[in-house]
Design a protein around this ligand. Structure first.
Ligand SMILES: *[C@@H]1O[C@H](CO)[C@@H](O)[C@H](O)[C@H]1NC(C)=O
Ligand SMILES: CC(=O)N[C@H]1CO[C@H](CO)[C@@H](O)[C@@H]1O
Length: 319
């Protein structure tokens, strides 16, 4: 089965594809440390919980430092946004992203949404403006307390949290991030007729999406979702292909056609990528059974989202 992105099909013949080896960084990081460099931290390698005041509300997040955290070394940062009716703790357990085999040298942060949700859905408890302000306040606090490589800040999220990752990418604050990776995302914002509410801070903005073809909550072909109307995933990708000015597309199919990996090249970078797993439902793709799969009555699948996402992040730093 061939996935088609309408807008790209036109330009892919004329454009010269610039292939990059997947394992080497597409842009080399020049580490620039933050205010928090030099501060000593204890219990590294163990997730710790913090409070933060934002828009006069009490917010919470957890942070996981690499076990060998060195106070003078700038580290990449990944912020992970949980799905609806959840908290950062479950997202961390479900994705296992804090395990060194996935996180490597990255600092992992898991914020909690208000009322178990992120802005954008009709069930959200706070406005998009307020949740985006929270992201700004969270970045400020983390930069002030820990040694962060400012050029290597990333965002990932699941379902409602994936939708919020898209909202971040579509706004000015998204310019603080090097790359984005929503999974099973419910994209409620920028869903007007012309999709012109999405105003990314730069182009291309590296983005990777993973979605189940059999997702019963956030349908691959779009339609009515739990928190409002959702676009078809390929339409949504087409909008990003335009914003990122991508010029060529390739596709790999594997596992007897169950897994499809689309890679679009944008300004010489493989900056827009999508993984579709035909048989997968609404969960975080994993080759091992875990919470989100159990909750939708599913077994493991062919790909490991946590690994794919971290490898994608490793290829990008802020230009
Ligand atoms: C949210 O949107 C969905 C889908 O359109 C709808 O079924 C639901 O009733 C809405 N809920 C609220 C609280 O507006
Ligand atoms: C959170 C969770 O349930 N994780 C499990 C995912 O699957 C692996 C492998 O079966 C288990 O070891 C984890 O405990």
């Amino acid at each position: 089965m061939r996935l088609s992105l309408a807008a790209i099909a036109v330009t892919c013949i004329a454009a010269a594809a610039h292939a990059w080896p997947a394992t080497t960084p597409q842009r080399v990081a020049t580490a620039s440390g933050t205010k928090g460099c030099g501060k000593t931290h204890y219990f590294n390698g163990i997730t710790q919980y913090h409070d933060l005041k934002s828009s006069s509300r009490d917010r919470k997040y957890s942070i996981h430092l690499p076990v060998d955290y060195h106070k003078a070394k700038p580290y990449p940062l990944v912020i992970g946004f949980h799905g609806s009716d959840s908290v950062g703790l479950f997202f961390e357990a479900d994705t296992k992203m804090s395990e060194p085999r996935f996180s490597g040298d990255k600092i992992m942060v898991y914020p909690d949404g208000i009322g178990g949700a992120w802005a954008g859905a009709n069930y959200s408890k706070v406005s998009v403006v307020e949740d985006l302000q929270f992201v700004a306040d969270l970045l400020d606090e983390i930069r002030g307390d820990y040694c962060i490589d400012n050029d290597r800040i990333y965002a990932t999220g699941m379902s409602n949290g994936g939708g919020f990752v898209n909202t971040i990418a579509c706004n000015e604050i998204g310019g603080e991030f090097a790359a984005f990776a929503p999974a099973s995302g419910s994209y409620y914002t920028d869903n007007n007729k012309h999709h012109d509410e999405c105003k990314p801070a730069r182009s291309p903005l590296p983005l990777l999406e993973i979605h189940g073809g059999s997702d019963k909550s956030v349908h691959y072909d779009g339609g009515e979702g739990e928190g409002g109307d959702e676009p078809a995933i390929l339409d949504w990708l087409t909008w990003w292909a335009k914003r990122n000015a991508c010029t060529s597309q390739k596709q790999d199919d594997s596992f007897h056609g169950d897994v499809h990996h689309i890679t679009l090249t944008c300004d010489g970078l493989e900056a827009l990528q999508h993984w579709k797993v035909d048989d997968m439902g609404h969960c975080w793709a994993s080759t091992e059974i875990n919470f989100s799969q159990i909750s939708v009555g599913e077994g493991p699948t062919h790909i490991q989202a946590s690994e794919i996402i971290m490898k994608f992040f490793d290829q990008f730093s802020k230009p």
